[in-house]
Design a protein around this ligand. Structure first.
Ligand code: AMP
Ligand code: MG
Ligand code: MG
Length: 308
């Protein structure tokens, strides 16, 4: 007799399918030719039709299957009739081949908080930097980021006609990470990745103090964590408020599953329970390896300016 897979694995398997649907929606909106851009707090804080539709798709699809979850999405949308085309009811069978780590096997729906960034890197999306975009579904329990799914809808989009465009990466603590190959930065190289569109003096002062070999400026928290995993950068540093819990939950779970570390600039862990403050006021510092090298070089003046 087969037993029903544990909740965490069913949630991951559904989130995988939902993230692939999100990729399809994003492609459709972009090829439709009008992004219907809305400014939220200003010109560097945008929302497109893709952000809106994907948020609805992810939140409604998850809520249908897992009605007792707490789901917190980035976009503040007015109540609208449900468009059935947006619902994904499938699940990824491959994910269900993996066993749930024993310590998570008794999770109940009402204990889980899912943090959703329907489209991370919106500013870059509107400017045509398509490979900066990710879809982030982060799963937290007991205030901790446990597991996540990251879809990169335009991965490989410039790789030629035969290339498969888009990929979905998933994983969790004590489970592993799938859909991406880990590569390390060449030994002794210090490459920092940071924001392309939200930098300020504090962010730049912090990076300058670190005397690194190279600074890469790209959009998206998800994208920057993928750069750490693929050996394109050795640290993600953003010494400023602005990043939110939906930006960091899924990337943190995936990075931590690979023994990396993502914290604020003080080295404090983030909390992901449902009542937590959304903004990561004390910035973000993340590495796959050598966390202390970067954490020890954050200037005191930067730390003083960023209160958790
Ligand atoms: P970035 O590295 O600039 O792509 O930022 C990572 C995430 O944090 C994205 O979702 C941004 O929208 C968000 N973010 C960072 N700084 C700000 C800001 N000043 N205002 C609004 N969102 C921000
Ligand atoms: Mg985001
Ligand atoms: Mg977003």
């Amino acid at each position: 007799m087969s037993t029903k897979p544990a909740l965490l694995m069913r949630l991951l398997a559904s989130s995988f399918a939902i993230a692939e649907k999100a990729q399809m929606i994003i492609h459709q909106v972009l090829s439709g030719g009008n992004l219907h851009i809305v400014e939220k707090t200003g010109a560097n804080d945008l929302q497109t039709k893709a952000d809106r539709l994907v948020q609805q798709s992810i939140c409604l699809s998850l809520a249908r299957k897992f009605p007792k979850l707490t789901i917190i999405g980035e976009e503040d949308l007015p109540f609208q009739e449900i468009d059935e085309d947006l619902i994904e009811s499938g699940q990824c069978e491959e994910v269900l081949k993996y066993s749930c780590p024993v310590q998570y096997s008794h999770f109940k729906e009402e204990e889980i908080v899912v943090w959703v960034d329907p489209l991370d890197g919106t500013k870059e999306f509107t400017e045509g930097f398509l490979d900066h975009v990710t879809v982030l579904i982060g799963i937290a329990c007991g205030g901790k980021a446990i597991a996540g799914v990251i879809n990169q809808p335009y991965y490989n989009y410039q790789a030629g006609a035969d290339a498969v465009v888009g990929r979905t990466i998933w994983g969790g603590l004590n489970l592993g990470v799938f859909g991406i190959k880990v590569k390390e930065v060449p030994a002794g190289k210090h490459i920092v990745t940071t924001s392309r569109s939200h930098c300020n003096k504090l962010v730049n002062d912090c990076i300058s103090a670190m005397n690194v070999d190279e600074v890469i400026r790209v959009g998206g928290a998800g994208n920057k964590v993928l750069q750490l995993i693929e050996g394109k950068a050795s640290a993600y540093i953003f010494a400023s408020p602005g990043c939110k819990k939906w930006d960091t939950c899924a990337p943190e779970a995936i990075l931590h599953a690979l023994s990396g570390k993502l914290t604020d600039v003080h080295g404090n862990s983030f909390q992901y329970h449902k009542d937590v403050k959304h903004v990561n006021s004390a910035g973000v510092l993340a590495t796959l390896k050598n966390f202390d090298y970067y954490a020890s070089r954050v200037p005191e003046s930067v730390k003083m300016a960023l209160i958790p």
